[in-house]
Structure formats: structure tokens, C-alpha cells
Design a protein around this ligand. Structure first.
Ligand SMILES: NC(=O)C1=CN([C@@H]2O[C@H](COP(=O)(O)OP(=O)(O)OC[C@H]3O[C@@H](n4cnc5c(N)ncnc54)[C@H](O)[C@@H]3O)[C@@H](O)[C@H]2O)C=CC1
Ligand SMILES: O=C1[C@@H](O)[C@H](O)[C@@H](O)[C@H](O)[C@H]1O
Length: 342
């Protein structure tokens, strides 16, 4: 079975995904693209030699009966309308984070999917497919060093564009930790607090950078995440789980050791594209394989997108109030449990 994809948004990650579906993965083909910037859509067709229709907008693309699955890689604010349109048209959807920019928007998607009656949506929370996080999860579940007590994380970008605002540290950046950490320890968040440490001289006036985000989970675990998006030195993702008998640390990206001029150096990555390249490949391959095998995607669900949005909302409130903000989730619908867990 070949899954015929229509891509909405042919910017940075849209192109990456088009490239991997076309040249690296198996079971998928790009048959249509659209972008509000039509030049970008046309360019991508030429760049990858695609046999694909260029549509003027997502509505026209969603009417194409030759499309089985839609890959949404537009700006976050446009995701909800495209995902709802795809569900309405009965098409599978792989949606980049965020699923929608508000918890209410994510809930509308959850409700539409449940009404449709089977899973159609997978959210691009690719860290769940990263071998480092998978190893951490296995070590936690295998009780290798006892019960987890604390988690210390850092999400550092070398720099960001000038449109990046203080709340985007949560909605664009921390959102990956929000998703992967509760999955890692199979727990739910209880409250969050955001601290603004001394500001770096490299951040523009409108941006608070770095930020420290502290969570407590329902089982009493404490989690700290540093988000620092003008760290200058590289793209750096850290995660250390402190347990009762030892610690577990996310592996560093392996890289060649360079000995030169009386120094030992390890080159660092400068952006996100390569850091999780294997995870991006795996998440999309899994999306296609699960649909071919079971008729439904099996990766991160619209419900996971909703949990992330509710948590992100509380984090943004905590940025504004400077206080602890509680995170309250409603019960997960049976629809989102794997059959083995119902
Ligand atoms: N999972 C991950 O690690 C990453 C996820 N992302 C997410 O992917 C999405 C796209 O990010 P980038 O590619 O970095 O942005 P980008 O700005 O490079 O590309 C977005 C593209 O979408 C187009 N677009 C915007 N609204 C549209 C609409 N209504 N219909 C059609 N096209 C539209 C823009 O013209 C642009 O070409 C964002 O939601 C972002 O958070 C981005 C980078 C990494
Ligand atoms: O999703 C991503 C970007 O949008 C975001 O800006 C980066 O901070 C993340 O690390 C990357 O994975």
C-alpha cells in the first residue's frame, strides 16, 4: 500500500518531511502540496522532482480524492482548521506540533476524531521515537536505579528569529519536554511555576531568556527545565533523571573527537534538523506502517496534543502571574486507550 500525501506548509520542516518521504522512507508518496507562499510550494516540487499538484490553499487540497493522508507543517495558528478539514474529509493527518494553539482547539479536534469513529490523527511529538529517550524509558521501567525523584532538563537553541516571543519558549520550545517527560515517567503534571533568571544580553528587549520551568507531577516527582534560546554555542538537549539509587542521563549525540592545537574537541550541532533526524524518520515510517497494518496511526494522539496544550496554557499563565499554576486534566476518553489497556 502506498499512502498518497498532501502537504500543507512547505517551509523548513515541511521540506524535511517531503524529502524523507520521497527519498528515505518507504510506503508514501507526495501527490499534492500547498503553501500560502505559492512560490515555496512550486519550489519544493522542482527541488524534489515531485509529480504533485500545487493547490492554492488547504481547502482545495483537502477536496482531492487522491489524497489519503495530510501532512500539516504550516504555522501553528493554521493547524486546527487544516486538521479539522482533513478529519471531515476522512483523511489521515500527521500534524506537526502544536496540534492547535489552544486547549479548546485541540478539544475540537479530539471531539471531531471521536465522532469520526476511528483514529486518524498523529501529532509530531518525535522525541518519543528518539533512541535516547526510549532507552531512558526502558531503564526507568526496568527499575535500573530505583524510583525516579527528580528530572533536570535543558532545551537550548543557539539563537531564534526576532518574532520569537516570551510565550513561545513554552508553546514552541518547551512543548517537546511537556510531551516527552510525562510519557517518560508515565505520570501527569500537577502544577507549574516559571522563573525568569538573569537575562542574557543576547536576547532582544521583548524576550525573556533564559527561563526556568518547574513542574510537580501527581506522584510527587519534581522536574526542572531550562529553556535558553540564545545560548549561542549550539542546539543542546539535556535530560537527567535522578533516582533513588543512581541517575539516568540522555545520551549525547555521538560525534567525532577532534584533537587539534593541543585541544580535544567534539563538534556540536547548531540546529534541530539533525539532532532528531532518526526520530523524524521513525515517527513518519510508523505513521505509514501503522495505517497500512491496522488502518489507524499508533503514534502520539490528538489527546496527547490536548494534554500538551492544557499544560502549555498553565505554563503561560505561570509566566504572567509569577505563581504556581495548577494543571487540571479531564479523564482520558476510552477512545484513546489502546485496546489492550481498556
Ligand atoms: N517537531 C519538530 O521538531 C519541529 C516542528 N516544527 C513545527 O512545524 C511547523 C512549521 O514550522 P517551520 O517549518 O519551522 O516553519 P516555516 O515558517 O519554515 O514554514 C511554515 C510554512 O507554512 C506556510 N504556511 C503558513 N500558514 C499556512 C496556511 N494556512 N496554509 C498553507 N501554508 C501555510 C508558510 O508560508 C511557510 O512556508 C510549526 O508548527 C513548528 O512548530 C518546526 C520545527 C521542528
Ligand atoms: O520544534 C522545534 C522548533 O520549532 C523549536 O523552535 C525548537 O526549539 C525545537 O527544539 C524544535 O524541535
Amino acid at each position: 500500500m502506498t499512502i498518497r500525501f498532501g502537504v500543507i506548509g512547505t517551509g523548513a520542516i515541511g521540506r524535511e518531511h517531503i524529502d524523507r518521504i520521497t527519498n528515505t522512507l518507504s510506503g508514501g508518496r507526495i501527490v499534492a502540496v500547498t503553501d500560502v507562499n505559492q512560490d515555496a510550494a512550486n519550489q519544493v516540487v522542482n527541488q524534489f522532482g515531485l509529480d504533485a499538484v500545487v493547490y492554492p490553499d488547504d481547502k482545495a487540497l483537502l477536496e482531492d480524492k487522491n489524497i489519503d493522508a495530510v501532512l500539516v507543517a504550516s504555522w501553528g495558528s493554521a493547524h486546527e482548521a487544516s486538521v479539522l478539514g482533513a478529519i471531515e474529509a476522512g483523511k489521515y493527518v500527521f500534524c506537526e506540533k502544536p496540534l492547535a494553539t489552544t486547549a479548546e482547539g485541540c478539544m475540537r479536534i479530539v471531539e471531531a476524531e471521536m465522532k469520526h469513529g476511528k483514529r486518524l490523527v498523529q501529532v509530531g511529538f518525535m522525541r518519543r521515537y528518539d533512541s535516547g529517550y526510549v532507552q531512558l524509558k526502558e531503564a526507568i521501567e526496568g527499575n535500573v536505579v530505583g524510583e525516579p525523584l527528580m528530572i533536570h532538563c535543558a532545551h537550548r537553541n543557539a539563537d531564534v528569529h526576532e518574532r520569537y516571543t516570551t510565550d513561545m519558549a513554552i508553546t514552541d520550545t518547551l512543548i517537546h519536554e511537556i510531551d516527552v517527560l510525562h510519557w517518560l515517567v508515565n505520570d501527569d503534571y500537577k502544577w507549574v511555576e516559571v522563573i525568569f533568571p538573569k537575562k542574557t544580553k543576547h536576547a532582544l528587549d521583548h524576550l525573556q531568556d533564559p527561563q526556568m520551568i518547574i513542574f510537580e507531577t501527581k506522584t510527587g516527582l519534581h522536574i526542572s527545565v531550562e529553556v535558553f534560546v540564545n545560548c549561542k554555542f549550539g542546539y543542546d538537549i539535556q535530560c537527567e533523571v535522578v533516582c533513588e539509587e543512581g541517575t539516568l542521563k540522555l545520551p549525547e549525540v555521538p560525534n567525532v573527537l577532534v584533537k587539534k592545537e593541543a585541544q580535544l574537541r567534539v563538534p556540536l550541532l547548531m540546529d534541530w534538523k539533525l539532532r532528531f533526524i532518526d526520530a523524524y524518520d521513525k515517527e513518519l515510517q510508523d505513521f505509514m506502517d501503522s495505517i497500512a497494518r491496522t488502518g489507524q496511526p499508533q503514534g502520539p494522539t490528538a489527546w496527547d496534543g490536548y494534554i500538551a496544550a492544557v499544560t502549555a496554557d498553565a505554563c503561560v499563565r505561570a509566566q504572567q502571574t509569577g505563581k504556581r499554576e495548577s494543571i487540571s486534566l479531564i479523564d482520558k476518553p476510552a477512545f484513546y486507550y489502546p485496546p489492550s489497556e481498556i
